[in-house]
Design a binder for this molecule. Structure first.
Ligand code: C2E
Ligand code: MG
Ligand code: MG
Length: 595
């Protein structure tokens, strides 16, 4: 090989070594196992996985060696790496090349090393064994050492390529992250503490939205750019890990002062926002969790950091530190979200109840609102006030609304078949309005159950519409165009401007319970409801009052001119059978009154 070729090969070799990102990583049991085995098999006290860096031999794994690395100069492993072939030195003291080296000086007499060869035939270092007395090395032993070196490389490849690197970002993935954290926990002193930082690049809703507006490559580009930024922020010696579709984690350096580090992260976040391209149309949030060595399980620390990142979304600085006091709450939320995903596939955990909607002037039940109920197998009934906001933050919102819609339309079809003609109201989540095919899927459900479009009313909150007003409008127009009725739920609690409401193709305004509950308490409260009703009527909307609990309120609302009412006074949410009995009874009562 010419000098030029040799130089070129050395550059390639070093590049391959760097690429594998093994240098300066913590010890790992999967390598230590092999070195221990080599030491035992040859009856030698010293064995090592020795990587040949530019100017040093760095030990990924070592038995019988105290130092982490030694100079490359004069190290037999360096020769193994350069030549890519096995080297056996039966007696270092007699070897003209090595008798004056540090290794020989340390009392070592025997050396054997087999190259650690990549698939491309580049030797990144050696698996070596060293003894304190001269000895021979048989062909069989040479073959065994070679086999063990191949095992080391199999492990390297396993870690590097198979299921450990995220293809999009090129970052090590969650499996690798957990392995590395476990190794860290094993090797760092008990009682120590490290901080794990989780960078959440976007909320699920933002991902859905941006993918639609910018295109399917949006997330890929976002991840690549974020990974590049983090690589340059962290430098070559510290790793970032791709944990989930939009989450990257890394470890803070040891010994940082928590408060200062959090501040640094805030600044880093600001810098990322400033320097990043327009792809960062999403909100990046940082969650930080403590890994207490010997106390925290690495799996938990990742979950904690994830929870903290979710919390961070609701804070101004978008950085949040996980505190153990929140654990019970977070744990419950986390468990609920997981369990709800399963509940959607189970036949008997979810069911609908129906709350009657009454025309105030005639006392006739004209419709019902379908409300979701969840009976958790061990925790029992979970209130929608608790689980709905949780799942609305996830992509489960899509399947949940479809589940409810389907069950509600099936019920409605059955009621229509038995002469109970009603309008069924179904609640829609904010995220649904971001689904490109939402309207089409709703229409498909109506068709499946053969229900006319004007028998379905979709309830949407003001805030859901305002989240992305342009897009919501597009969906609402599509829905309304087919004859489906649309209602603004919890009216008065959001911030939508009335002039904007006027542009929406809605049919109904449901005034929130908060206003109804105290409308009989004083002139101001009354006039608020009166104004909302009048204004809605002027804009051509039908008005429904939510949460009527007393007869006095019902009377006042009738006087004000409110069209319909819902509330415990008029009828509680009821299971199907109860609702049917109640409806048939109320119907009969009305007939009697009419007669
Ligand atoms: P909402 O859509 O405003 O539903 C009305 C809520 O007020 C229901 O609570 C109902 O039981 C309650 N309510 C009705 N009348 C009275 C009354 O006179 N007094 C009082 N104190 N409360 C009354 P629920 O069933 O617990 O649901 C809470 C919220 O959860 C709903 O508010 C809705 O936003 C959400 N939700 C329920 N089911 C679904 C669903 O299938 N999909 C979605 N996306 N959200 C749902
Ligand atoms: Mg509602
Ligand atoms: Mg409501």
């Amino acid at each position: 090989m010419s000098v030029e070729d040799a130089k070129y090969r050395e550059v390639e070799r070093l590049a391959a070594l760097r690429e594998l990102r093994l240098l300066d990583t913590p010890p790992s049991e999967s390598f230590d196992r092999i070195t221990r085995m080599a030491s035992h098999a040859f009856g030698l006290a010293t064995a090592a996985v020795s990587l040949t860096d530019l100017d040093r031999q760095w030990f990924k794994s070592r038995v019988g060696i105290d130092v982490e690395s030694m100079p490359r100069e004069g190290a037999p492993c360096s020769e193994v790496a350069t030549n890519g072939s096995v080297l056996v030195i039966p007696d270092l003291a007699l070897d003209p090349e090595y008798r004056d080296t540090a290794l020989a000086g340390s009392g070592a007499r025997f050396y054997a090393g087999a190259p650690l060869l990549t698939r491309d035939g580049l030797a990144i270092g050696a698996l070596c064994v060293v003894g304190s007395t001269p000895r021979t090395f048989s062909d069989a032993e040479t073959a065994m050492l070679r086999d063990m070196a191949a095992m080391v490389m199999a492990q390297v490849e396993l870690q590097h390529a198979y299921g450990r690197i995220d293809p999009m970002s090129g970052l090590p993935n969650r499996t690798q992250c957990l392995d590395d954290l476990n190794d860290l926990v094993r090797t760092e002193a008990k009682g120590g503490r490290r901080l794990v930082v989780l960078v959440d690049l976007a909320s699920p809703n933002e991902i859905n939205h941006a993918t639609r507006v910018i295109g399917a490559n949006f997330l890929d580009d976002l991840i690549k750019e974020a990974a590049d930024i983090l690589r340059s922020v962290l430098g070559p010696s510290r790793l970032a890990y791709m944990l989930g579709p939009s989450q990257i984690a890394f470890l803070a350096p040891s010994g940082v002062v928590e408060a200062e580090y959090l501040q640094l992260l805030s600044m880093m976040l600001g810098a990322i926002r400033q320097n990043a391209s327009s792809r960062f149309v999403t909100t990046v949030a940082l969650g930080v969790a403590r890994l207490e060595i010997g106390v925290t399980d690495p799996v938990d620390v990742l979950r904690f950091a994830h929870c903290a990142a979710q919390d961070a979304r609701d804070t101004e600085g978008k950085v949040s530190l996980y505190s153990s006091e929140q654990d019970t709450l977070h744990r419950r939320r986390f468990d609920l979200i997981n369990a709800f995903g399963q509940a959607l596939d189970e036949p008997d955990q979810l069911n609908l109840v129906f709350q009657p909607r009454i025309a105030l002037a005639t006392d006739v039940c004209v419709g019902a609102e379908a409300l979701l109920r969840w009976t958790h197998p061990t925790l029992g009934a979970i209130s929608p006030g608790e689980f709905i906001p949780l799942i609305e933050r996830t992509t489960l919102a899509k399947s949940t609304t479809m589940w409810v819609l389907n069950a509600a339309m099936e019920q409605l079809a059955a009621w229509r078949a038995s002469d109970r003609d009603l309008v069924m109201a179904v609640n829609v989540s904010a995220g649904n309005l971001n689904e490109p095919d939402f309207a089409e899927r709703v229409i498909a459900v109506l068709e499946r159950h053969d229900v006319p479009a004007d028998r379905l009313e979709l309830e949407i909150t003001e805030s859901a519409i305002m989240e992305d007003a342009g897009r919501a409008l597009e969906q609402l127009r599509k829905l309304s165009g087919t004859g489906i009725r649309l209602a603004i739920d919890d009216f008065g609690t959001g911030y939508s401007s009335l002039s904007y409401l006027q542009l929406l193709p809605i049919d109904t305004v449901k005034i929130d319970r908060a206003f109804i509950a105290d409308c009989t308490e004083g002139a101001k409260q009354r006039s608020l409801v009166e104004t909302m009703t009048k204004l809605s009527h002027d804009l051509g909307f039908q008005v429904v009052a939510e949460g009527i609990e007393t007869q006095a309120i019902a009377n006042l609302l009738l006087e004000i001119g409110c069209d319909e009412g819902q509330g415990y006074l008029l009828g509680r949410p009821m299971a199907r059978d109860t609702f049917e009995r109640w409806f048939d009874g109320a119907d009969a009562a009305n007939d009697t009154i009419a007669a």
